[in-house]
Design a protein. Sequence first.
Length: 175
Amino acid sequence: MARIYISLGTNISPAQHLRAGLVDLQKHFGPLQLSRVFESESVGFKGTNFLNMVAAADTELSITEVVATFKQIEQDNGRIRGEKKFSPRSLDIDLLLYDDVICEIPVELPRGEILFNAFVLWPLAELVPNLCHPVTLQTYQILWQHYDKQCQQLWPIAFEFPAELLATNPLIITR
């Protein structure tokens, strides 16, 4: 059983797509552990603000199968393949960590944006502050403490999680 950490982001009907993505993730992976939801300014392009968060789950699936599941969930939520890298997203789901695996294929792990994007690092540091990044060997709490918080603006928001998600499997929501 592998422990996976998942980044979710959206700026097209963001509350709707984030809720739908969480419901789909729970259907595929079972109980989720969640960070708070953060709102952030778009990075790399002028656009509406994003909602971002990090989730954790356990899986028997391989890395390739996990990534394929994420792509299917994105597609089911209106994601169009071939979009420009920096553009609006209905739902963007990325595998950040798969246990302590370090690899480039089938995807880069740990995902590089952990160290560069506040909208990934802050929720990850909140969710697992004492877990060590497999390359830097620093905890996510230490990485967040040393992050230049002036370079990207984000803030935690109140978010209503889907009732069907809470009813079928109580979530552990870190505050």
